[in-house]
Design a protein around this ligand. Structure first.
Ligand code: PLP
Length: 611
């Protein structure tokens, strides 16, 4: 990266972001009372009114089913659908529109090739090369195809900057390599891969190449013929177009040789009960009524982006990325992840000092109106390679501004400052306890706060009702989380790990030593909001009898207080996983007590999570 001051960046705008912004009504809205700063474009881009209007106009004035109609409206809809295909073909410079298959998105495009081409071509011992940077959409379909055919997956590693090790790639290529499937831009780190070089090396080895262009098409010119890509996949919604529409480009001779992916209407030439012959391209791969409005919207998005200027957009986003990298690198405690020489508009980071869960960063920024993404970004193998569970990620689009990047940097610095020294460590109390070796600290498990889970639920409900809005309720949860006793590290064992949560969660339960069925538990997470949820669970359940825990419908209660509606799906799943773990432990206690009652055994504590 070349050194230049932020001012230098500000003084050379490459694109009139203000003129662009007015075309996106959503950018004038507020979140939690703050102006929206949308920095999650790698997940999905916002839509200009031109795209929304095109889709609305289609539905209001031009909709009918395509292909089979003898009437004017159907002919018009068919024309619009096929014009959209021609627009896509021009956009990526396909040799002909029939090489562009409409799909639901990148995921379906890759699944189509893996299922159809894979079935026809993969044999035991064949190899498919992927890379460590891949999104799950470009891993799992190939694993399924490899499993079905007994083919093998090989993986191009990355270096510490997040660049592909092309030296290793060349060694992996062999006569066994049938296909190389790599992303053009990493959605998690922003690395732009040298796809031209990757394709020519694969071709020299006799292999085909599929490029996952999901993160590229909105940020630079695409020319599938110049690249000589065999397959190219992308989604409309990352390109300022609608969701549910995407494209698979394939060379005609390859597509023609592939069996259909799905059967149904529109993909046939002639059907009898004895035999079916298939339609020509592209219909062979488009069974059923397609997403006509999606195709119309996608074409509108492509036209809009091309008119705004793809090169100007790329330059603008490069400036934003450079400025963001400079600003965030200067904040003590932040580590940028992914420092490749060639990056598109994606910036990933973690906060190491003080250590902060990325989910907490995302939630705290949300309260300032700033949308970023946190998590593994559907790249778990990449996270494993980086030794991380997740990163925080800002990703830029044409409408983002230097002022928004400054806002992100300022809020992030404030969050990190506020986070310093906030966590209290009170998990272990240094008092000898009966039955423990002298000197070993007693671990405090929270006792009951009410006489039953139902009574505890009433108290929680009252507090939630007193708080005026969800912003305050979140803050209340964060406060509860901050006061949660930290679980001793010795209890954070694999057996206590709760899977199914977006963040790292451990839960350790025991039966209180003076009872046969009072369950107490400690839990902890690396995310403050999840610690808040753990605090709620402790209020409800810790110190209650296993029987009353099992009798209480926690999920229904969370629905009643609105938690279900206001938690993200990931957090909801995490909460459900914790509840399920507690119920399993409670069932086990009830089962064991039954046995003990029968045997009239002594009521010694059962450490259920270690059994
Ligand atoms: N590939 C990459 C690199 C992505 O970033 C994504 C989505 O984030 C996908 C594939 C999947 O795209 P979609 O969910 O639109 O099918």
């Amino acid at each position: 990266m070349t050194a230049s001051s932020p001012l230098d960046v500000v003084q050379r705008p490459a694109l009139d972001a203000a003129a662009i912004r007015v075309q996106f009504p959503i950018l004038r809205t507020c979140v939690h009372g703050q102006p929206l700063v949308y920095l999650d474009n790698a997940a999905s881009a916002q839509k200009p009114d031109r795209v929304v209007d095109a889709v609305a106009d289609y539905y209001l004035r031009q909709h009918a089913n395509i292909h089979r109609g003898a009437y004017q409206l159907s002919i018009t809809a068919t024309r619009l659908h096929e014009e959209a295909r021609a627009c896509v073909a021009r956009f990526i410079n396909a040799a002909e529109p029939a090489e562009c298959i409409f799909t639901r998105g990148t995921t379906e495009s890759i699944n189509l090739v893996a299922a159809s081409w894979g079935k026809a071509n993969l044999r035991p011992g064949d190899e498919i090369i992927l890379s460590e940077l891949e999104h799950h959409s470009n891993i799992v379909p190939w694993q399924m195809a490899a499993q079905a055919s007994e083919a093998r997956i090989r993986v191009i590693p990355i270096d510490d900057a997040g660049e592909l090790r092309l030296d290793v790639y060349r060694q992996l290529l062999s006569p066994r390599t049938r296909l190389v499937a790599v992303t053009q831009v990493s959605n998690a780190l922003g690395t732009v891969n040298p796809v031209q070089e990757i394709i020519s090396a694969a071709h020299a080895a006799g292999a085909l190449v599929l490029i996952d262009g999901a993160q590229w098409v909105a940020h630079g010119r695409t020319d599938v013929q110049a690249l000589d890509a065999d397959f190219y996949a992308f989604s409309g919604h990352k390109l300022y177009g609608p969701t549910g529409i995407g494209v698979l480009y394939g060379k005609r001779r390859l597509l023609e040789a592939m069996p259909p992916y799905q059967g149904g209407g529109d993909m046939i030439e002639r059907v009898t009960f004895a035999h079916t012959t298939y339609a020509e391209l592209p219909n062979k791969f488009e069974a059923g009524t397609p997403h006509i409005a999606g195709a119309v919207g996608l074409a509108a998005a492509i036209d809009w982006l091309c008119a705004a200027g793809l090169e100007a957009a790329a330059t603008h986003e490069a400036l934003l990325l450079r400025h963001a990298t400079q600003r965030l690198s200067a904040i003590p405690g932040i580590e940028i992840k992914g420092t490749a020489r060639n990056k598109a508009g994606v910036l990933s980071w973690v906060v190491t000092d003080p250590p902060m869960g990325t989910l907490d960063i995302g939630v705290a920024l949300d309260f300032k109106g700033i949308c970023i993404r946190t998590g593994h970004h559907c790249c778990q193998p990449l996270m494993d390679r980086l030794g991380l569970a997740s990163t925080a990620r800002a990703s830029f689009g044409v409408y983002n501004t230097i002022a928004e990047v400054d806002c992100l940097a300022a809020e992030l610095a404030a969050i990190i400052d506020a986070g310093r020294g906030q966590r209290v460590s009170v998990g272990a109390v240094p008092a000898p306890a009966a039955g423990r070796p002298t000197g070993a600290p007693e671990i405090l498990y929270p006792g009951a706060e009410a006489e039953s889970p139902a009574a505890a639920a009433e108290l929680i409900r009252e507090v939630f009702e007193l708080l005026p809005d969800w912003s305050m309720r979140y803050q209340h949860l964060m406060g509860l989380g901050a006061r949660l006793p930290v679980m001793p590290e010795t209890l954070k064992t694999p057996a206590n790990f709760v899977s199914g949560c977006q963040s790292l969660v451990h839960l350790d339960a025991r039966v209180r030593s003076d009872s046969t069925d009072i369950l107490e538990f400690l839990a902890d997470s690396d995310a403050a909001i999840v610690r808040g949820l753990i605090a709620l669970l402790q209020q409800l359940f810790s110190g209650q009898s296993a029987t009353t825990i099992l009798a209480f419908n926690a999920q229904a209660f969370f629905g009643q207080i609105g938690l279900d509606e206001h938690l993200s799906l990931g957090r909801r799943n995490g909460l459900a996983a914790m509840v399920q773990r507690l119920r399993q432990l409670a069932s086990r206690v009830v089962g064991q007590r039954g046995v003990r009652d029968l045997e009239a055994a002594s009521p010694a504590a059962v450490h259920c999570s270690h059994t």
